[in-house]
Write a protein that binds this ligand. Structure first.
Ligand code: CP
Length: 330
């Protein structure tokens, strides 16, 4: 596949693997070849973004609507820029200021947006499973931009893309995900995606923030059988990459919320703790960060940190996803 193929003959852009998904709801339904197709397509999209005029009108005439019931900066803006870079028409809808405030249901909202002409709906919702309900009720392609604690497929894809760019592969790597695993859609989608690509994933956090299976293998229907531990030093030892996660206070009761200072002391990523990692190990965070809690400022902005590049790669990966779900890679 080449950038030229994306512009001039979209049907030539997919390479050997066929894309067979109308929606992208999570990564647990993607094969290894399909994940690699997204990452390879994203690499071509990154090439387009690096041009002096970053435009390739593969989605000209396609209407993309972002429908966000929950706050977002990175995901919403990067989907909008991704769609515009590919020549699509983009409309943004949020719960505030739309008829959702008047009580319009999710299904009616999605059907209305489809009737208005949307070919792709990118949706974020606080309830796990909401994009699945939406997908059953629309002919548009539904792309999940994050549903509650369940899944965030494009975040996991951009994380894998970023790791692969720096280490050349994901297969065989040891990757630690540290923090509030229990409430994290990012942890769940990354656990599926990274293990499908052949990485060894270990999930680490304090007991109230871990899924069942602590001290062994995850016993959670929404996770693959990855290692789960409360021992941060053991999780970090020899890891090729570590991903810190924000405490998802919005998904906890006030009685469950940890004290930030104690959390930072026991589970915050610090320069001293990074000594446990493998040489040239990478530091990632999906954002937004709470510096001084789950990650110290000198780690967040240090030489090993790829946090800003993750944000940047989000545009290329979302271009690839929009391109594929609209059938341009077929
Ligand atoms: N990582 C992520 O989903 O960030 P936003 O909430 O800003 O979209």
């Amino acid at each position: 596949m080449s950038e030229r193929a994306i512009e001039a003959r979209p049907s030539a852009a997919a390479g050997a693997t066929a894309w067979r998904h109308h929606h992208l709801l999570d990564v647990d339904t993607l094969s290894r070849d399909e994940i690699e197709l997204v990452l390879d397509t994203a690499a071509e999209m990154r090439g387009i973004l690096e041009r002096s005029v970053p435009r390739a009108p593969a989605l000209r005439g396609v209407a993309v609507v972002t429908l966000f019931y929950e706050a977002s900066t990175r995901t919403r803006v990067s989907f909008e820029l991704a769609a515009k870079t590919l020549g699509a028409d983009v409309v943004n809808v949020s719960a505030t200021g739309s008829s959702i405030e008047k009580g319009e249901s999710l299904v009616d909202t999605v059907r209305t947006i489809e009737r208005l002409g949307a070919r792709v709906i990118v949706m974020r919702h606080a309830s796990a499973g909401a994009p699945y309900l939406a997908a059953r009720n629309t002919a548009a392609s539904l792309v999940n931009g994050g549903d509650g604690w369940h899944a965030h497929p494009t975040q996991a894809l951009l994380d894998a893309f970023t790791i692969r760019r720096h280490l050349g592969r994901v297969d065989g790597l040891r990757i630690a995900i540290v923090g509030d695993i229990l409430h994290s859609r990012v942890a769940r989608s990354n656990a599926w995606l990274l293990t499908t690509l052949g990485a060894q994933v270990v999930l680490c956090g304090p007991p109230p923030m871990l899924p069942p299976g602590m001290g062994g293998v995850a016993e959670d229907d929404l996770l693959p059988p990855v290692q789960v531990t409360t021992d941060l030093d053991a999780a970090l030892r020899g890891a090729d990459a570590v991903m810190a996660l924000r405490i998802q206070l919005e998904r906890m009761g006030t009685s469950e919320a940890p004290v930030s200072r104690a959390y930072a002391r026991d589970y915050g990523l610090t320069v001293a703790r990074l000594q446990e990692l493998a040489p040239r190990a990478l530091v990632l965070h999906p954002g937004p960060m709470n510096e001084g809690v789950e990650i110290s400022p000198d780690v967040a902005h240090g030489a090993a940190s790829l946090v800003e590049e993750q944000v940047q790669n989000g545009v290329a990966v979302r271009m690839a996803v929009l391109y594929l779900v609209t059938g341009k890679g077929a």
